[in-house]
Design a protein around this ligand. Structure first.
Ligand code: GDP
Ligand code: MG
Length: 162
């Protein structure tokens, strides 16, 4: 059985960009419109020597009504189905209310959760990501999904934790 990795986080943090990198597809829509991926989407990932199923989700906004409620529901479902959860945050935006909301939920899980700060390209990544330690989910992994920075290292840590 291939492990299942769920990508969760609020809209626009780069979940679909990472999904596309893992699956090398353009199936997941990537755009500047928060909330574009409303349903969860499954892909088969082959990255380096790792093979896994990856689930992209629409996102959690913290304002769960209408479409947002549907997206949150899909994210919860994906979290339930996953063996491993990657919680994406936006290094440029810093900690948002929706991040805190999701972190509160993820801290209660017994399955592994990796806190991943995306969009660390072209910024001082260490200073930008420091505040995410306040989410109390352990180390903050730095990536730039759009460019591939840190993605291999993230998978090494995910699949071969020391
Ligand atoms: P999602 O809503 O979480 O699925 O986010 P998307 O993957 O659709 O990305 C939202 C926006 O962030 C798009 O404009 C992406 O091009 C941009 N983006 C994604 N990854 C990166 C990154 O590593 N660096 C930068 N600078 N922008 C990124
Ligand atoms: Mg998306």
């Amino acid at each position: 059985m291939m492990p299942v990795v769920a990508l969760v986080g609020r809209p626009n943090v780069g979940k679909s960009t990472l999904f596309n990198r893992f699956t090398r597809s353009r199936d997941a829509l990537v755009a500047n419109f928060p909330g574009l991926t409303r349903d969860r989407q499954y892909g088969q990932a082959a990255y380096g020597r790792y093979q896994f199923i990856v689930i992209d989700t629409g996102g959690i906004t913290g304002d769960e009504q209408g479409i947002d409620a549907e997206m949150a529901q899909q994210s919860m479902q994906a979290i339930e189905e996953a063996d491993i959860v990657m919680f994406l945050v936006d290094a440029r935006d810093g900690v948002c209310a929706a991040d805190q909301l999701l972190a509160d939920h993820l801290r209660r899980l017994t399955k592994p959760v990796y806190l991943v700060a995306n969009k660390t390209d072209g910024i001082d990544a260490d200073s930008a990501t420091a505040e995410f330690y306040s989410l109390a989910l352990g180390p903050v992994y730095q990536i730039a999904a759009a460019h591939g920075r840190g993605v291999s290292a993230l998978l090494d840590l995910t699949f071969e934790p020391i």
